[in-house]
Design a protein around this ligand. Sequence first.
Ligand SMILES: [Zn+2]
Length: 243
Amino acid sequence: MARADTLARARTLDRPPLAYLVRFPTPDGSRDMELTWAELARDTAWVTARLREHGLTAGQRALLTTSGFEGFWGHAVIGALRALKVPYGIAEAMGWDHRRTAVFHRELAPHAVIGLSAETLEGLAGAADLGEMFRTTPLVLARPAAVPVLRGVGVTASVIATVGPALALECPERGGAHVNAAEWRVGVRDGQLSVAAGEERVSPLPETPLGIAGDVLTGRCACGSEDPRVLFAEANQSLSARS
Ligand SMILES: [Zn+2]
């Protein structure tokens, strides 16, 4: 049977609604949530809009650093890059794979680097000048712990981070990382972030503390979005305070 026929037949098969089991850490262990393909499609549409706000457009290139277990948001980012027609390379976000990030950065000359981790930066710092490497990258979306490291070498980064099963993505205003209010509720209690699933999610999740220090800003952002903004304490620490 020809390959095209096989694919056409495969498309007619029933697809189970479950895309991922999302496991995220909580102060007293971990929680599991189901993520359906329909939810993933909505998350992808939201990420696409956020990346478009950052000016990402067809023909530019991107480098995504993410780990396999982060597929629940990595898949949404990849879907967004495809929707925007932005070719991308993927490197593992764990420190041992920092050389792949260096090679992709050199070969792709990406417009955007998405998901930079402190571990990747630590690995790169031994062989490269981080400031020289990323100051010329127009869009750097980094994890909270990586943001002060980048700031220390003169690189302006916006935050990308998980808030439990939700993704937070900072807009160009850089006044906190937005979380999709149509899907999630984020809160703060005693300086610790919490998350709850919105009614649209298939897996119920009552308000769940996450053991992540931070704050939540509500009200309209200067970018025009009403989505709440998460401030991660880790992203706002000075380097001297970390060490
Ligand atoms: Zn905003």
